[in-house]
Design a protein around this ligand. Structure first.
Ligand code: PMP
Length: 400
C-alpha cells in the first residue's frame, strides 16, 4: 500500500547541505543554510550556553514534563527581551506567550490559531520570503498571497509596491513581517517606512504578524533589532510575534522559541493562551525543557546576560567583516563597473546577490559554492580567507 507514495522533492534550503556533503572537492563552500560558523568555518557553541548548561548540571535539574505552555521563567524572559522589560503591555498582562518549537514551531502554532479562529483570513507574505513560510501556511490550510517587497532593479525595497499590496488586501488580513534582517534579501524598511507600514495596517484593520528570528544577531543589539515590533506594540495594536533562539544563542537543534499574541485586554490574553495550549496539546503535548532552561538561566543572571550580549556582538561583527571584505574583493576584481554597494546595505546573516537560477547553478557546478537557487548566500558560513575565492566565483557567474 505504500507503493503509491511518490518521492518528495528535496527541501530547497536543507537540500543544499545534502548536496554539499556529497561534494568531494577541497574548495567547496557551504553558503546555503543560515547557521553561524567561526572564521575556521566550524560550528560555534556560545560560552554562555556552556556556562548555563554547567549550572544546570550542578543544580541537578530534572527532566520532568513542562506544562503545555512551556517553562514559566522562559516565557517571562522571552516576552521581556522582545517588548522590553518595562513595557506596560507586560504589566497589564496583555501578552499571551507560549513556548514553541523554535521559530518554525511557533509560526506553525500561530497558523493553527488562524485556521481555527479566523477562517478564510489570508496571510500576506513578502515576495520573496524564507522558503518555509509557504509550507507552514499550506500545511495549516491557511490561504496566503504575496506582497511586493524586493525590487531587482535597485536590489532594494519596493516600498510603494509593498504599501499598495497591503492596502489592497482584504480587511483583517494577517501581514507577515520580518522583525529585522529580512530573509532572504537582507533588506529592511527604515524606521520611517515602518511607521508608514503600521499606518496602512491600522487603516485596513489588518493584524501584523512578526517573525523575529534574528533579534540581537542582525545589529548586535537586542533592543535595536526589536524596534519594529515595539513600534507597532506602542500603537496599541493587537499582534502576533514568533521568536527563535536558533541564531542569537546558537541553539539551532534545541528547538527553542516562543509565540506571543498581544491582545487588547488581560482577559483576552488569558483566553488566547488557553486556545494556544489546546492546539499544542494534540500536536506535541509540551515543549522540550533544555533550551528553555538555557535561555532562562542566561537572561536571569546579569553576568551571563552581559556575556551573551558580548558574544552576539562578536558574531554580528564577524558577519559585518566578511560582508565588507566580500564587497572590497568584488569591487577590486570586477572590471565591468558594476556597483556592488548593495551588499553593504543589506543586514543580517544573508546577502541576496542578485544571481539568478542558472548563475547560482554555475556557482555550484563550476566553483563548488553551495547556495539557494534564489541567489542567497549565508555570510555566516563565509570566512575572510574565502572572500577572494567567492568573489571570483560570483564575478564569473554574473558575466556568463
Ligand atoms: N523565520 C525566519 C525568517 C528564519 O530565517 C528562520 C530560520 N532560518 C526561522 C523563522 C526559523 O528557524 P527555527 O525554526 O530554527 O527557529
Amino acid at each position: 500500500r505504500f507503493e503509491g507514495i511518490t518521492m518528495a522533492p528535496p527541501d530547497p534550503i536543507l537540500g543544499v547541505s545534502e548536496a554539499f556533503r556529497a561534494d568531494t572537492n577541497d574548495m567547496k563552500l557551504n553558503l546555503g543554510v543560515g547557521a553561524y560558523r567561526t572564521e575556521e568555518l566550524q560550528p560555534y557553541v556560545l560560552d554562555v550556553v556552556k556556562k548555563a548548561e554547567n549550572l544546570m548540571l550542578q543544580r541537578g535539574e530534572n527532566k520532568e514534563y513542562l506544562p503545555i505552555e512551556g517553562l514559566a521563567a522562559f516565557n517571562k524572559a522571552t516576552a521581556e527581551l522582545l517588548f522590553g522589560a518595562d513595557n506596560p503591555l507586560l504589566k497589564e498582562q496583555r501578552v499571551a506567550t507560549v513556548q514553541g518549537l523554535s521559530g518554525t514551531g511557533s509560526l506553525r502554532l500561530a497558523a493553527a490559531l488562524i485556521e481555527r479562529y479566523f477562517p478564510g483570513a489570508k496571510v500576506l507574505i513578502s515576495s520573496p520570503t524564507w522558503g518555509n513560510h509557504k509550507n507552514i501556511f499550506n500545511d495549516a490550510r491557511v490561504p496566503w498571497s504575496e506582497y511586493r517587497y524586493y525590487d531587482p532593479k535597485t536590489v532594494g525595497l519596493d516600498f510603494e509596491g509593498m504599501i499598495a499590496d497591503i492596502k489592497d488586501a482584504p480587511e483583517g488580513s494577517f501581514i507577515l513581517l520580518h522583525g529585522c534582517a529580512h530573509n532572504p534579501t537582507g533588506i529592511d524598511p527604515t524606521p520611517d517606512q515602518w511607521e508608514k507600514i503600521a499606518d496602512v495596517i491600522q487603516e485596513k484593520n489588518h493584524i501584523p504578524f512578526f517573525d523575529v528570528a534574528y533579534q540581537g544577531f542582525a545589529s548586535g543589539s537586542l533592543d535595536t533589532d526589536a524596534a519594529s515590533v515595539r513600534l507597532f506594540a506602542a500603537r496599541g495594536m493587537e499582534l502576533f510575534v514568533a521568536q527563535s533562539y536558533s541564531k542569537n544563542l546558537g541553539l539551532y537543534a534545541e528547538r527553542i522559541g516562543a509565540m506571543n499574541v498581544v491582545c487588547s485586554s488581560t482577559d483576552a490574553a488569558v483566553r488566547v493562551k488557553s486556545q494556544l495550549k489546546r492546539l499544542a496539546r494534540p500536536m506535541y503535548s509540551n515543549p522540550p525543557i533544555h533550551g528553555a532552561k538555557i535561555v532562562a538561566n542566561v537572561v536571569g543572571d546579569p553576568t551571563l546576560f552581559n556575556e551573551w550580549k558580548a558574544e552576539m556582538e562578536m558574531m554580528a561583527g564577524r558577519i559585518k567583516n566578511v560582508r565588507q571584505k566580500l564587497f572590497d574583493s568584488l569591487s577590486a576584481k570586477d572590471k565591468s563597473g558594476k556597483d556592488w554597494s548593495f551588499i553593504l546595505k543589506q543586514i543580517g546573516m544573508f546577502s541576496f546577490t542578485g544571481l539568478n537560477k542558472a548563475q547560482s547553478e554555475n556557482m555550484t557546478n563550476k566553483w563548488h559554492v553551495y547556495l539557494t537557487k534564489d541567489g542567497r548566500i549565508s555570510l555566516a558560513g563565509l570566512s575572510l580567507a574565502k572572500c577572494e575565492y567567492l568573489a571570483d566565483a560570483i564575478i564569473d557567474s554574473y558575466h556568463n
